[in-house]
Design a binder for this molecule. Sequence first.
Ligand code: ADP
Length: 488
Amino acid sequence: MANPNPEIKCTKIFINNEFVNAVSGKTFPTINPSTGKKICDVAEADKADVDLAVKAAKAAFDRKSAWRQMDASARGKLLIKLTELMERDLHYLASLESLDNGKPYASAVFDVHGSMNALRYYAGWADKISGETVPSDGPHLTYTRKEPVGVVGQIVPWNYPMLMLAWKWGPALAAGCTIVMKPAEQTPLTALYLCSLAKEAGFPAGVINMLPGYGPTAGNAISIHPDVRKVAFTGSVEVGKIIMAAAASTLKKVSLELGGKSPLVICEDVDVDEAAQIAYAGVFENMGQCCIAATRTFVQEGIYDAFVKKATELAKSRKVGNPFGQGVQHGPQIDETQFGKILGYIEKGKKEGASLEAGGIRVGAEGYFIEPTVFANVTDEMTIAKEEIFGPVQSIIKFKTLDEAIERANATTFGLAAGIVTKNLNNALTFSNAVEAGSVWVNTYLAVTNQAPFGGYKQSGIGREMGKEGIELYLETKTVCIKLPSKV
Ligand code: ADP
């Protein structure tokens, strides 16, 4: 069951199936966002540790290694074994996540299930990756092989620490790659514990390596390392650009899942209560710390006032508090920096003339809690309508026609997700075809599923994770051509 004081079992760097101190001996604190106080110190990886981890991952990828000699189906079985151990330790993992990240316990449980499901999905892929025979010119047998890329660097954020890890471990391991991962400095604890489970499951030494530490040091060392063949990143647009530039020096393959400023368009033919509920869940989930958050709520003029009223009621009814508290739906923001940044955006919203309908202030005197905030009368030029806030702030914007809403929805450099709520099929189809976004939801929102590709248009990213496309990110295609005695 939920335990607000879980024992902290893993705090060191994980290389070659062993937990080790940093070469420098340095550590950094990981903070409980509900109190602002230190949970524990964690070994701080830097370039020297990354070098050791890459060496281990490279050895594990050697063509004669246990990992490379293993049947593809056996890789799938190891992934399944890992999920069984996660299931065994579900409440421990969820408690550790709520403590380190601040998300409500029930959400952390949901994340463990989501992570197990993502790993199970890719476990199924392990022995279903295959090339083709090709009808080539000449007397040749020509076929393609799908081969693992090699050592991959994976850099993940703090908003869904376990889920983002699973989205990256799953396809990389199913494909047969070896991994050098960096968790976010705010949330290293579940990632480290999952490494101990991977070892227990039987993954050979060096296949998975984990380097807690900071972005400009450990993260950069991964992005520039010549023996890392691909880097997969989830995080901000700003850091995505830095990583892409760093990866250019060795021409690494890059996949980036970045930020968003996603539009959710509510047409006036809908049930206002239902639509407000969809929009509420779409923006306040995970304290608004969600790359696909529906932060631009476009509402058609005929129902605008009624919608604002309902949205305000919903935001005010959200239970904010300690993540381990009974019935709590909304915990703290991740850290002091984000907390300050979000409050700054709220001030800007007020100053630029949006009308504050709910929230807008800190909750309590300790930790990083912010009341779910609703702004009405938001216009496209306001900062809160343009920039990614990554916090619990809903901006409700008025529109007249669907064509106008589409144009305004697309008037952004982001393109991660979008949604429409309508009873009119033509509206739904017109919008889903016209909106520039990697995921579009109709009469629902946040419906991410393991089997479907996920990623961004424009500056929201490069490549697609999950589904079949997710595994392609970790594969090279080799063409083999063999001379035959004759055409037939
Ligand atoms: P957020 O704004 O959500 O904190 P970031 O993009 O800053 O997201 O961070 C996501 C991940 O990227 C974290 O693991 C962070 O440490 C890492 N990171 C930050 N800066 C760099 C960098 N220069 N190179 C590589 N990784 C980085």
